[in-house]
Structure formats: C-alpha cells, structure tokens
Unconditional design. Structure first.
Lengths: 254, 271
C-alpha cells in the first residue's frame, strides 16, 4: 500500500464537558484526491480540520504525515508540511491590505525582519490576476473591508494557492456566495487537484460536495458514521443517508 | 517628552489592548536609575538597569493580559497602583537628588543642547522615527496590526498572538524608562511621584492623533502630532485667557471628542 499523505488515528477532542470528536479516524491518500467532509452543525467538522491544520491540539490520538508520526503539531508545522487551510471565517484581517492578508504570518522579510512591501504587493497582484480577479476597482493594496464576500473568499483561496499546498482544506467555501461565485470555487478545487493538490472540502450542501468530491466522510456528533465514494453512491442516496442519520438522532434523543 | 510614550502606546492600542500603568513604570524605571546612582555606580549602568526594569514591567503586563487572559484595561490599572505603591513603600516617599550629574557629558547626552537645539527633542524624533519604521515597515508592526484587527484570524494564520502583544507592552516599558531618565535629569531629582499625570495626556495624544481604540490600525506620526497638539493645550488655555484650572477639563474634552470622531469614522474602516 502506498503511503498516505495524512492519517489521523483515534483522535479525540473535548471542550470542557462537550466531546467534539470521539475516536475519529481519517486519512488522505498519497495521490491527490478530493474528500468531502459532511455533517450537521456541531458534528465536529470544524474541530477536525482545526486539528489537521494545527490550531487545536487533540486530547488523544495520533497524527501521521507521509507515514511518519508527528508530535507537537502546530500551525507552523502544518504549513511546512504543505497543508493550507481556508477557514470558514476566511481568517482575514479586514482593515489591512490584500497583500498584507496574503502574507500574514509569513511576511517576506529582508534585513532585520523588515517587510519587503513592494515585493509582497507585486506578488499579491500577480496572484489575484491568476485566479481571475481582474477588476480594476481594487488592487493588491486595497483594504479587504471594501471587498464583497466572494472577493474576500478569493483572497483567502489565493493565499492557500500562493504557498503551493499539498493538501488544501476548505471550510464551507461556498457559504454566503452567489451561484456563479460558488461555481468558481468548485472549478478552482478541480483545477487544484489536476495540479496535484488534495482537498478536504467541507460543506452543508451535499450537491456542491457531490459535484467535486470523490470520497465522502460523514461526521455526526463527533463520530465518523459513514464513509463512501463516488462509485458507490449518488447525491440522492447521500441526502437520504444524511436524513436517516438525522432521524436516528432525533429518535435517540427523544 | 511624552511624544516617546505616545508613539510607543500606538503599538499597544493598535494590538487591541491598552496600557494604563506606564505612568507608574516611569516611576519604577526612574527609581531603578536613582538606586544605581545611590549605589555609586555609573549612570550609564543606571540607564541599562532602568531600561531592563521598564521592559520587565511591560513584560509582566503582557503576560498578565495574554497568558492569564485578564482585560488589559483593568489589569494594567491594577498594575499601575501596585507599582506606585511599591515605589512609595520602597522610597518612603523620599526623593533622590541627582544634581551632581548636571553638565556632565552623560547629562548633555540626554537633555543638553546642541547649538541651542534641545537634545531631548532629538531623542523624541529618533524614537518616533524608529517607531514608524517598526510599525509600518517591520514584521513586528505588521503583526501588531493583524492581531489587533482580528485575533482569531491571526491565530489561524500562525501568528503567536500572545508574544506579539507582550512585545508591545515591553516596548511601552522601554519607552517609559527613557522618559523616566529624562524626567529625572530635567528635575535633577528623582521623586517618587514621577510619571503621575502622564496618563491622560499620553492617551489623549494617541487618540487625538488618529489611532482609534478598536485595534488593527494606528499611526505613529499621528500620535507625535497629537502629542504636540495636546502639549500646547496648557499654554493655549492660558493664552486664551482661561484659568489654568481648566487644563484637565480640556484634556478630557478633546479625548472624548477624538473618540467620538473615531466612532463616526468607524464604518469607513471596518465594514
């Protein structure tokens, strides 16, 4: 068997008394693949990806990257391993420029830690054009607060793209976006895969997820309840499965 | 002299916090300076000691705010009282004269004259220039703005928010130490109340200068200008024929007006 890019073994995480993840196993294959992570609100999707991206430390369980177990997993380490995350909240700083947002936490610096401002601007400008931001209304030194939801998402994705991820995690990338903007995001994910990048795509919208993903992992209240792939299911079947899970929950709690 | 403090304060305010203890840190650093001199050591060593003490006090402020998670508004207020109390107990309210330093090269380096131009203004200009470089063109200032703008985003992008904020407090501590030495030399005595009364004028300078209170943006040059504006209030009031007793009233008034102005401007920046 080839080495998996990422493997999580028996990951658990709780916040106070609330158990967010309970003995979760998850993996990403070695070659590029798109995995959809589906689940209701509070299912633990965001917690899981924050563990992968190093924001949270799991209470127990192991993380393996390219077959090797890692300790003290952090955001910096995750990035060094080629994992980029586009967070649900976009993780932008609104009062700063596009360039500053793209290089946030990883500024291009010269002597004594001074930022190479012009280089960052030029790079940001080039990047925005590659992903199809050709609007003349804003430039790389525009402030992010002036951008629309879709444009902000674009900045967040451009950032992930710039640092050439091996694995890109997109948390609800299509929420609050118009139809055409969502389509753009899906297109972008497909293109990234062709370029050899794996994706974890998190969505409420099963149809969006079904459109782009090859494998589906359904989380429910901190546990993986269903794993399937495109050959073995249809979008309609997935929706039915999800409804079934929701129904069981209601009966369970009633 | 308080231009130095106003410039440093922009870092803390832009990082989304506030420091109300710097007046007492001025006192603490001044005391450290005085103690070194009393021990018969070189005044240069005194400067070093004062800066270390100032930085350390700032560091403690930073740790309390970032690691213990206390509100900086209340915790630095508490620290201010704590430090001032410590100075009062330690000195028993007695001052330390430093008249023997008058007209020594050391004295002239800090507050002398170069062809009539006061040296302490050069210090202020130098410090402002350094702060502008750090704030606008350095990784440190960039990250300060990001952290003050959105804490969670900064964390997600791998910025160590606790360290960045702590460094901002340390910077104010160092600025306090420089001001403490200049004050002590100007008065030719260290007295335990040194630094009191700075609180209002420094904060007014920051806000009048155009740094809003919500974090994420700030302007060093603005704070320097703000300090000049606030600085002329005292003389301006007298010149306008109003009783000097109105001074505090006007400090407070322009600060409130400045904050109201920022509030009106807020949508332009944030939404």
């Amino acid at each position: 068997m080839e080495t998996r890019f990422l493997e999580l073994k028996n990951i658990s995480k709780s916040f106070g008394r609330v158990s967010a993840l309970d003995q979760v196993n998850f993996f990403i294959k070695g070659e590029s693949e798109i995995v959809a992570l589906i689940g209701d609100n509070g299912a633990g999707k965001s917690t899981l990806i924050k563990i992968i991206s190093g924001v949270y430390t799991p209470d127990s369980g192991e993380i393996h990257i390219r077959g090797e177990k890692v300790d003290r997993w952090s955001v910096t380490q995750a990035r060094a391993a080629g994992i980029e995350t586009v967070y649900q909240d976009r993780a932008l700083v609104l009062q700063q420029t596009i360039a500053r947002n793209i290089f946030m936490g990883r500024e291009r610096t010269g002597v004594l830690g001074f930022v190479k401002g012009r280089l960052q601007l030029a790079e940001a400008d080039r990047l925005m054009r590659t992903i199809g931001f050709t609007s003349r209304v804003f430039a790389a030194d525009s402030v992010v607060a002036k951008l629309s939801g879709g444009e902000r998402q674009g900045v967040a994705i451009a950032r992930a793209l710039y640092f050439q991820a091996d694995l890109m995690i997109l948390d609800e990338p299509t929420t609050a976006l118009s139809l055409t903007e969502s389509e753009k995001v899906c297109d972008f994910i497909r293109r990234a895969k062709e370029g050899g990048t794996s994706c974890i795509f998190i969505s409420h919208n099963i149809y969006h997820a079904y459109d782009v993903a090859e494998r589906f992992v359904v989380l429910d209240r901190g546990k993986v309840v269903l794993e399937t792939d495109r050959q073995h299911t249809t979008a309609e079947q997935l929706v039915k499965d999800m409804q079934e899970i929701a129904r069981c929950n209601q009966e369970g709690s009633a | 002299m308080f231009i130095i403090l106003a410039a440093a304060m922009v870092f803390v305010v832009a990082s989304g916090e506030i420091d109300l203890s710097f007046g007492s840190i001025v006192g603490l650093a001044g005391w450290a300076f005085a103690l070194t001199l009393e021990a018969g050591l070189s005044p240069c060593l005194g400067v070093l000691f004062a800066v270390i003490v100032g930085a350390l006090a700032g560091f403690i402020n930073g740790v309390i705010v970032t690691r213990l998670g206390l509100s900086s508004l209340v915790s630095t207020l508490g620290m201010g009282f704590l430090i001032r109390g410590l100075i009062n107990v330690g000195t028993q309210g007695e001052g330390t004269p430093v008249t023997f330093l008058r007209d020594t090269p050391f004295y002239n380096t800090f507050i002398g004259n170069i062809r009539g131009f006061p040296v302490h203004m050069l210090w202020a200009l130098g410090f402002v220039a350094l702060s502008v470089l750090l704030f606008n063109y350095h990784k440190f200032g960039t990250r300060i703005s990001c952290v003050g703008d959105n804490l969670e985003s900064s964390r997600e992008m791998g910025i160590n928010v606790a360290t960045i904020k702590t460094l901002a407090f340390v910077y104010v501590g160092i600025a306090s130490a420089i001001v403490a030495i200049q004050f002590t030399l100007t008065n030719q005595i260290f007295y335990p109340t040194i630094g009191e009364g700075l609180l209002m004028i420094v904060l007014a300078a920051v806000f009048v200068g155009g740094t809003p209170g919500w974090g994420g943006i700030g302007t060093i040059m603005g704070a320097a200008l703000g300090a000049c504006i606030v600085g002329v209030i005292t003389s301006g009031i007298v010149a306008a024929g109003i009783s000097h007793l109105f001074t505090d009233f006007f400090y407070g008034l322009i600060m409130i007006l400045a904050l109201m102005g920022h509030k009106l401007n807020e949508p332009r920046y944030r939404y």
